[in-house]
Design a protein around this ligand. Structure first.
Ligand SMILES: [Zn+2]
Length: 144
């Protein structure tokens, strides 16, 4: 019994980490990349230092690339921010302004009070029920 509870806690922790990985992964990559580069420099004459430096710079570059992409996304004013959500339960339509820095995962229909969640692989309620997909999707970027 105790083991099952422990397993389910670990399971949900892993699920949480995976679900939020797009938020902390770039930071982790930069942390690892920066750390490896420092180790590589401090062990300057070690046999594998070159590999660590290359890996470190590589990860650092990847992290910077991801951050740059996000900055482009928030700086881009061309994405359409108004989307009309149609409730699948009662057909009620409401125009909403989408946030550019976050995805809306839950949406309460003001008519029937049903809490809407994205369907399939959609990242947010606007992609599933709105007339316009959310800003990151419009700009061909991964959603967070
Ligand atoms: Zn409704």
């Amino acid at each position: 019994m105790k083991l099952n509870i422990k397993n389910s806690i670990i399971g949900s922790a892993i699920a949480f980490l995976v679900a939020t990985s797009c938020c902390w992964l770039p930071a982790l990559i930069i942390a690892i990349g920066g750390g490896s580069t420092l180790i590589g420099i401090s062990n300057g004459l070690e046999q594998f230092s070159g590999i660590f430096i290359v890996l470190g710079i590589g990860f650092l570059g990847l992290g910077i690339y991801q951050y740059t992409n996000r900055n482009k996304m928030s700086a881009n004013k061309e994405a359409i921010l108004k989307s009309t959500i149609t409730c699948p339960e009662c057909g009620h339509k409401k125009e909403e302004t989408m946030p550019t820095n976050a995805c809306q995962y839950f949406y309460e229909c003001e008519n029937c009070k049903k809490i809407l969640k994205p369907t399939g692989n959609d990242c947010c309620v606007y992609c599933s029920y709105g007339t316009v997909a959310c800003p990151p999707i419009q700009l061909n970027q991964n959603c967070c």
